[in-house]
Design a protein around this ligand. Structure first.
Ligand code: P1T
Length: 400
């Protein structure tokens, strides 16, 4: 649905239609001649790229009379974002929801899910996908026991890639083709490269199909898979760090989901990423581009930059006007309490400006915080327990 200036009927109508934004400062810092463009999915109503499939899976199940308001209980194993999309759709439409989610996924996702009315069951992160204790195993058990229980199953449901083939892909194509090439901002007016992380693989498979079938069959599609996962192709890429746990959420699995196409006709090549480079890329997206993205967006950017430096990607990196689209799947809202983010946000080096602020405030001693180290560390001291001068403390006290 294109942007509508009129009143929307409900939150589901605010899913998708996300912006494609130039990442010029990063491109310049990396010495790229091509255009680097971010598809920013956190502006979707539920906060991620997965809203689109949640909406479509629910609507199609309704068309097939598989969902009955007041009776059906939607159960879904998820790393959280599909769950948030489903919980949002089910809040609007009146279905109960149970989400099964590995322990590693953030508290913020669980809080958002519960706020939307979902029940949340946590499962051991290390449980293999086919173990009865995994998020998939527990969802299956609940479905067997709960009357009206239905798993829409993002790992197998064709509406997952189709949602991206019909919405995310065409939005990217529209944005690129409707932006004319100028001397200041040259453009091939085509999508030349698409880079996206893979979890279920629905996003990369669906967008690839939209682009290659209807727009540019020579577009190069690059998949990003964390070290420790087995989705990348060929399998030899997955040997380094095999089986290791990683912190980034939403991408990578220990099985190949049915909806992921590993056919090189759909995904041309793969890059493996680690946590450290992903979080460094998140910091760049925030500091240089003002984009409050989540961890897997960092993986996608880092994968894109590594690919552009490879023998295969170099000619694109050096081509003025070539369009490289990076899928930024969710936002930092999901990770605000995660140590990787707090460290990045609150423990930066003291800046010259922090020193200056501290010098000014020291001239008139008061209750105002004046220590430049603390200023640089942001709210660290205020967030320690039992500190009474936290600005938010009175509110907490009143509420107790
Ligand atoms: O599933 P896929 O379309 O491949 O999208 C990958 C992905 C990337 N980034 C984030 C933050 C994600 O949440 C996901 C996928 N998420 C799920 C599979 C889920 O259940 O939320």
């Amino acid at each position: 649905m294109p942007y509508s200036p009129s009143v929307l009927n409900n939150a589901l109508e605010a899913v998708g239609n996300t912006p494609l934004i130039r990442l010029d400062k990063i491109a310049e810092q990396e010495g790229l001649q091509c255009n680097l463009l971010g598809k920013v999915e956190y502006t979707s109503a539920g906060g991620s790229v997965k809203d689109r499939i949640a909406k479509r899976m629910v609507e199609e199940a309704e068309k097939d009379n598989k969902l009955i308001p007041g009776q059906s209980v939607v159960i879904e194993p998820t790393s959280g974002n599909t769950g948030i999309g489903l919980a949002m759709a089910c809040a609007v439409k009146g279905y109960s929801v149970i989400i099964t989610m590995p322990n590693k996924m953030s508290l913020e996702k669980e809080a958002a899910l519960r706020a939307l009315g979902a029940e949340v069951v946590r499962t051991p992160t290390e449980a293999a996908w086919d173990s009865p204790d995994s998020h998939i195993g527990v969802a299956l058990k609940l479905q067997r026991e709960i009357p009206g229980g239905i798993i829409l199953d993002q790992y197998r449901n064709l509406n997952n890639p189709l949602a991206h083939e019909l919405t995310t892909g065409p939005e990217i194509i529209d944005a690129v083709t409707s932006t004319p090439s100028t001397t200041a901002k040259p453009s091939s007016e085509k999508v030349d490269v698409l880079v996206a992380g893979a979890g279920t693989g629905g996003t990369i498979t669906g967008i690839s199909r939209a682009i290659k079938k209807t727009h540019n069959r020579d577009c190069i599609v690059v998949g990003v898979d964390p070290k420790g996962s087995i989705l990348a192709c060929p399998d030899t890429l997955n040997v380094e760090g095999a089986g290791s746990l990683y912190i980034v959420e939403g991408i990578g699995y220990d099985f190949i989901p049915d909806v992921l196409s590993r056919d090189t006709a759909d995904v041309d090549s793969w890059i493996k990423t680690d946590d450290e480079e992903s979080f460094e890329a998140v910091r760049k997206l925030m500091r240089l581009e003002g984009l409050l993205v989540g961890g897997s967006s960092g993986s996608a950017l880092s994968g894109a930059l590594r690919w552009l430096k490879s023998a295969e990607g170099k000619c694109i990196a050096e081509k003025k006007g070539a369009n490289v689209v990076v899928l930024l799947a969710d936002g930092i809202r999901n990770y605000m309490s995660k140590p990787w983010f707090l460290k990045m946000a609150l423990e930066a080096e003291p800046s010259p400006l922090a020193k200056r602020i501290s010098d000014i405030l020291k001239e008139s001693p008061s209750q105002v915080q004046t220590d430049s180290e603390t200023l640089a560390e942001g709210i660290k001291t205020r967030t320690q327990p039992n500190v009474t001068n936290r600005p938010d403390a009175p509110d907490e006290v009143t509420r107790k």
